[in-house]
Design a binder for this molecule. Sequence first.
Ligand SMILES: Cc1cc2nc3c(=O)[nH]c(=O)nc-3n(C[C@H](O)[C@H](O)[C@H](O)COP(=O)(O)O)c2cc1C
Length: 189
Amino acid sequence: MNKRPRIVIGVCGSIAAFKIAVLHKYLRDHAEVTVAMTPSATQFVGPQTFLALTGNPVITSLFEPTHSKPKHIDLADELDLLLIAPATANILAKAAHGIADEPVSTLIMSSLPSEKPIIFAPAMNTRMWQNPATVANVQVLRDRGYHFIDPDEGDLACGWTGEGRLAEPQVIAKQVFRLLGLDDVAVTG
Ligand SMILES: Cc1cc2nc3c(=O)[nH]c(=O)nc-3n(C[C@H](O)[C@H](O)[C@H](O)COP(=O)(O)O)c2cc1C
C-alpha cells in the first residue's frame, strides 16, 4: 500500500469511548483516520475532540445539507479498514440484523466484510457480553467474516469485575495494522 491507509472508526455509546483518543495516538503516524459516532457516543466524548485529533470532519449525522452525495457511501468507498470501537451490545445487534439507522450502523451496512476488513472491539458489562442475544449476534457476525478483538477481563466502569473491558488501545492498534498488512509497524509509547 503506497498511500497512507484510510481507517474509519465507528465510536459507540460506551464509557470506553474516550480510549479512542488514546488509540488514535498509535494510528496517526501510519494512517488517515476519520471518526463516525452514534448519537449515544456523543454523550461520552464530544465530536470536537475527534475533529481536533484527526484533522478530519467527524460524522455524527447521516443528513448533511452540505453533501450532495451521502457521506457514508463516500466513506465506505474510500476506507481501507472499518473499526467499530467501542462496539456496544446494541451495535452488534444492529449489525447482525442489518439495521442502518444512524451513521455507524449505516457505514457497517454500506461496507462488505468480503471486500475490506471490518473489526468490532466490544466493550460492555459482563452480563451484556454474556447475554445469549449478544453471544448469538457475535457468532452471526464472525460467521459472516467480521473480525473481533475480544474484550479483556478486569474492572469495569459499572463497578463490576469481569469480562467486558475494551481491549487495550495498543492491542487494537496492532490488530488494525496486521489486517492492513502493516505488520512491521511498531506500536509503542
Ligand atoms: C454510563 C453508561 C455507560 C454505558 N456503557 C456501555 C458499554 O460499555 N457498552 C454497551 O454496550 N452499552 C453501554 N451503555 C448503554 C448504551 O449507551 C446504550 O445501549 C445505547 O443505546 C447504545 O447506543 P449505540 O449503540 O447507538 O451507541 C452505557 C450507558 C451508560 C449510561
